[in-house]
Design a protein around this ligand. Structure first.
Ligand code: ATP
Ligand code: MG
Length: 430
């Protein structure tokens, strides 16, 4: 009798190189889809001067309480927190607070006036699991420290736009302004007053938010709350002169760089530290309710809040699972397939096949050898299943003559090659 299986933790997912299940409306996301999304970011972001930073998954809980805000859903109910002896720690629910901590801890401001960083890694939030919403998920994000904007805000939004376009994601870029410490409090008050008067139409959660985080009511998904939100006063009407000029500058910058966008007065970020610029890339099809693929904005007060200097910052974070799901839908992935599959027919041929494969790999050519003894016909089937470009059957005769036939699997064409110059023969073929 088989031993009892241990299932995966709820809200977590395995990503495998193969399809293990398929439903028409829910493609299985393979590693190759993640690679497509991640590799595109890895090659694009450095073109804009962003360099990779890696920070720990575990941080002091206090970092998130102060950096994200006690009243946010993330901090108040979604973090995985435990006591590590005398230190209360949490698994990071997002990346910005950690990057800012590292920025402050290593006195980066003193070493360079402007820093552009990007990161990639798992994040943890104890949310209700749905398609595109998991308890462990992956974010790619960027942070630019040191520039008050709005030119750098526009540059960053253009980079996000270029990345998503390169991936073929159907999306719309939404932008808004959240004001700053000078003008947002007045807006918050006006909004709160409005929401209190309409409390009867709000969901229970939003009645609470009206008192703790009224701006968050604007992006509640509940239809009743959405109706109220659409009639609520707008931040734009309350902007101080500096915030108005910043927002106008952002829109001019986006127009100059040719980034199509819509102004969305109800776009708010769930995190307390955002000021002025807020933006989101929203998929226009393929994701259903979980359609926000990336969210970003300016956080001019955060570095100071976490013990650093008066350093402005702007950044975004994108959800890789959602982008990989879109890539899977579109049928595009980064596949790694062998160039050559070698099928040896006996023990002496096996030894030669192992050496040939080693030589090819050393030359950067992906080669696989068969570890099973079977007929040449079956070996070719296996080469086909692996997606190899060429197959080579190695028998007594090939070993003796040092010559073999390279079979091109897609066309069936055969090419005579010398085993000693296999590498050159493969290189020479288009
Ligand atoms: P949402 O409204 O989708 O919950 P959010 O405002 O919580 O998003 P951020 O904290 O800004 O999102 O995170 C940026 C991106 O990370 C999101 O746009 C989304 O693509 C992704 N993301 C956030 N939470 C999850 C999750 N639980 N599972 C998968 N992806 C997520
Ligand atoms: Mg969320």
């Amino acid at each position: 009798m088989a031993a009892q299986r241990v299932p995966a933790v709820k809200g977590t997912r395995d990503v495998l190189p193969i399809d293990t299940y398929k439903k028409a409306d829910d493609p299985w996301v393979r590693t190759g889809h993640f690679h497509l999304v991640e590799d595109a970011a890895r090659s694009l972001f450095p073109l804009y001067g962003y360099r990779e930073a890696r920070t720990p998954i575990l941080e002091r809980t206090d970092l998130f309480a102060r950096g994200i805000g006690e009243v946010t859903d993330i901090v108040s109910k979604e973090m995985y927190t435990f006591d590590d002896h005398d230190v209360r720690v949490s698994m990071r629910p997002e990346g910005t607070a950690s990057l800012v901590r590292a920025y402050v801890e290593h006195a980066v401001q003193a070493a360079e006036p402007d820093s552009k960083w990007w990161y990639l890694g798992p994040m943890f939030r104890r949310e209700r699991q749905q398609r595109g919403r998991y308890r462990q998920f992956t974010q790619v994000g960027v942070e630019a420290f040191g520039s008050p904007g709005p030119r750098i805000d526009a540059e960053q939004i253009e980079m996000l736009d270029r990345w998503l376009r390169a991936l073929g994601v159907p999306f719309e870029m939404h932008v808004n302004t959240l004001g700053d410490a000078a003008c947002r409090p007045k807006y918050r008050e006006a909004l709160q007053e409005f929401l209190r008067a309409r409390a009867a139409e709000l969901c229970e959660e939003c009645r609470k938010r009206t008192e703790t985080n009224p701006i968050r009511v604007l992006d509640c998904k509940n239809p009743g709350c959405q109706k109220v939100a659409s009639e609520a006063p707008k931040m734009q009407e309350f902007l101080c002169d500096a915030c108005r000029a910043h927002f106008d500058g952002l829109r001019e910058g986006l127009a100059r760089l040719g980034v199509g966008h819509v102004v969305d007065a109800r776009l708010v970020r769930g995190l307390d530290y955002y000021t002025r610029t807020a933006y989101e890339a929203i998929a226009t099809s393929g994701l259903g309710a979980q359609s926000t693929v990336a969210g970003g904005g300016r956080y001019d007060g955060l570095v100071r809040e976490l013990g650093g200097g008066d350093v402005p910052g702007v950044g975004f974070a994108a959800g890789i699972e959602r982008l990989a799901l879109l890539a899977a839908r579109a049928g595009s992935e980064k596949a790694s397939r062998p160039v050559l599959f070698i099928a040896p027919l006996g023990p002496a041929e096996e030894a030669r096949a192992d050496e040939l494969a080693q030589r090819l790999r050393a030359a950067g050519i992906a080669a696989e050898v068969s570890f099973r003894r079977s007929s040449p016909g079956n070996q070719l089937k296996r080469a086909d299943a692996l997606g190899a470009r060429y197959a080579l059957v190695l028998g007594e005769q090939e070993l003796a003559s040092g010559k073999a036939r390279l079979k091109e699997l897609a066309t069936g064409a055969q090419h005579d090659v010398e085993l000693d110059s296999l590498e050159a023969a493969l290189r020479g073929r288009p």
